[in-house]
Design a protein around this ligand. Structure first.
Ligand code: NAP
Length: 561
């Protein structure tokens, strides 16, 4: 193999991987176990994906750390000790680096290298990947482990070049510490990211102005240090947990499922019960799982949403600010990705924090020294954009992906993403996605989901090898049926109601489609297994032969590995 970061290299491996985040690393591990050769291209200078890029103040996971861990290795689970219930970004990145070192995975990764195109050579039955550093690599199979939230979005406010202060996007945060002491800081966005960053930045900045378009529901995380006995208990149960978790809706365990409808309780009982849940902390595992039907029934949802609105009024001292922080009545709780926080609503009681409503008076432009909205100018020395991502499809569509006969991913997704099981796209053979649209992905514990996807992909690659075949492709009919099923499942819930990134509403012009599969991780994983056991129902498996297409892929002057 050629050395890292040399220009114009050519390599041929069994499997090419885009991305060396949590998914890419597990894929490399699995391929190594099988004796298959692999090469991953990674845009960052290090492993970690999401946790490599998102270094903003307050960044931490909001699935319990013990569960937001790889599960493939009991030894790894025994070795690693999480310090907090919800680990912060530096600890998460240390963990991912530990995994990369522990399993010697870095040697198959080429860093600082972004995949720009993936073209399929039908005759050779090979994918060719090209990168922004001039690399060319071919392989029979290609796996896109590019992340669901990896293409940052910054609204194109005019005047950015005029702004004389510093500006940041939370997903492209500098590696060196940013000091906001003594500064007037503005933050745009109150999604999960803004909600984590706002309390931390407000504690440092001279003044923080929060530009809020849509108020969000959030609940206290109640983060804390993990006790040694909790660590030990999890480690002791790890092997069992790994099995249990595959039979849960969100690929998480350890929280009670709802047993009754809210109307079965009196108002006093409801209040006491939701109060208890609020004290325990958490959102998907707590408030949203308090009563049956919260995700599907307006009335059931309203009970929990109203409880959070009451909490906001209880916590925030200025009634006008509290009212502005309350999400509107037509926004179901949980229909935008539910955040959890540490002192978020409390932060608005600080003297150095101002909340600005940019729904009714939108941001018009940046100026030399701040932000101008439709009715005021705010003087700022630094601006933080916590404005999210072109989620689930943005990163994949940024790569020129082309199958046989010039059929592209852009063609395939012209009317929104269509996939079979979120794993493959009809017309693009031997190209797999991890946590693609149409899979539970962002509606599940992402690590369990990526392990399930990777295991399934390894299964089909093994199966092809054992049966003398070398091509797998999703059928059009299976894909159409899956897309319809995914839509029906979502439409039976309140999820598609919000203008969220789940439906692409945050990106101007993006086709509105509810992208994740919301039928439950358990149901989905069982279906994937059943489909495999049924001879990969809905996939076409065939033999094409072909070879390395070495000469065809090699550009003039490129050197072969
Ligand atoms: P987000 O949820 O998309 O939030 C973006 C925010 O920017 C929203 O408040 C949005 O307002 C606002 N915004 C966008 N364009 C704007 C404009 N032109 N003017 C004013 N405001 C504008 O993005 P995010 O907070 O980065 O979170 C994305 C996802 O990342 C999360 O949902 C979660 O899945 C993941 N995440 C996870 C963690 C974790 O695990 N701990 C932490 C952070 C993020 P509107 O609501 O009105 O569109």
């Amino acid at each position: 193999m050629t050395g890292p970061n040399t220009k114009n290299t050519y390599e041929h491996v069994d499997v090419l991987v885009a991305g060396a985040g949590l998914a890419g690393l597990y894929i490399l591990y699995c391929l190594r176990q099988r004796g298959l050769t692999a090469l991953a291209f990674e845009a960052g200078s290090g492993v970690g994906g999401t946790w490599y890029w998102n270094r903003y103040p307050g960044a931490r996971v909001d699935v319990e750390s013990t569960q937001y861990s790889y599960h493939f290795s009991d030894e790894l689970a025994r070795e690693w000790k999480w310090s907090e219930k919800f680990a912060a970004q530096p600890e998460l990145l240390r963990y991912i680096n530990h995994v990369a070192d522990r399993f010697d995975l870095r040697r198959d990764v080429k860093f600082d290298t972004r995949v720009t195109s993936a073209h399929f050579d039908d005759a050779a039955n090979l994918w060719t990947l090209r990168t922004d550093r001039g690399d060319i690599a071919t392989a029979r199979y290609c796996i896109m482990a590019t992340g669901s939230l990896s293409k940052p979005y910054r609204p194109p406010f005019p005047g950015l070049d005029d702004f004389r202060g510093d500006w940041y996007h939370t997903a492209m945060w500098p590696h060196e510490e940013v000091d906001f002491s003594g500064k007037r800081v503005g933050i745009v966005g109150t999604g999960s990211t803004g909600i984590q960053a706002i309390p931390v930045v407000s504690a440092q900045a001279k003044h923080l102005t929060v530009f809020q378009r849509t108020p969000n529901y959030t609940a206290p995380a109640r983060n804390r240090q993990l006790a040694p006995d909790e660590q030990r208990e999890f480690q002791a149960r790890h092997a069992l947990w790994r099995v249990e978790v595959r039979h849960t809706f969100a690929a998480m365990t350890g929280f009670p499922l709802p047993t009754k409808f809210s109307h079965e309780d009196t108002p006093e009982q409801r209040r006491a019960f939701l109060e208890k849940r609020w004290k325990e902390g958490g959102m998907p595992q707590s408030l949203l799982a308090s009563y049956k039907g919260v995700n599907v029934d307006e009335q059931a949802n309203r009970v929990v949403a109203d409880f959070v609105r009451d909490k906001i009024h209880e916590i925030v001292k200025d009634p006008k600010v509290a009212a502005l922080l309350c999400p509107p009545l037509d926004l179901p709780i949980g229909s935008k990705r539910p955040p959890i926080d540490t002192d978020y609503y409390e932060t608005f009681n600080r003297d150095n924090v101002t909340l600005v409503d940019v729904k009714h008076a939108p941001i018009e432009r940046l100026t030399a020294d701040g932000i101008r909205t439709a009715n005021e100018h705010y003087e700022l020395g630094a601006i933080i954009f916590a404005t999210g991502f072109d989620a689930m499809t943005g990163t994949l569509l940024a790569i020129d992906i082309q199958g046989p006969d010039g059929y592209t991913l852009k063609n395939a997704w012209a009317d929104g993403p269509s996939t079979y099981l979120g794993l493959m796209v009809a017309g693009l053979p031997n190209l797999f996605m991890i946590n693609g649209p149409g899979s539970p992905s962002v509606k599940a514990n992402m690590i369990v989901a990526l392990e399930q996807h990777t295991d399934w992909i390894m299964g089909v690659i093994d199966h092809l090898g054992m049966t003398g075949r070398d091509r797998v492709e999703a059928s059009d009919q299976a894909q159409t049926a899956w897309v319809q099923h995914t839509r029906e499942v979502a439409e039976a819930t309140l999820m598609p109601r919000a203008d969220s990134w789940y439906v692409g509403a945050n990106i101007p012009g993006k086709k509105r489609v509810f992208m994740p599969y919301f039928g439950g991780f358990d149901r989905y994983a069982a279906l994937c297994e059943e489909i495999a056991a049924d001879g990969y129902r809905g996939f076409e498996l065939s033999h094409h032969g072909g070879g390395r297409s070495h000469a065809a892929a090699l550009p003039p002057g490129a050197s072969s590995a």
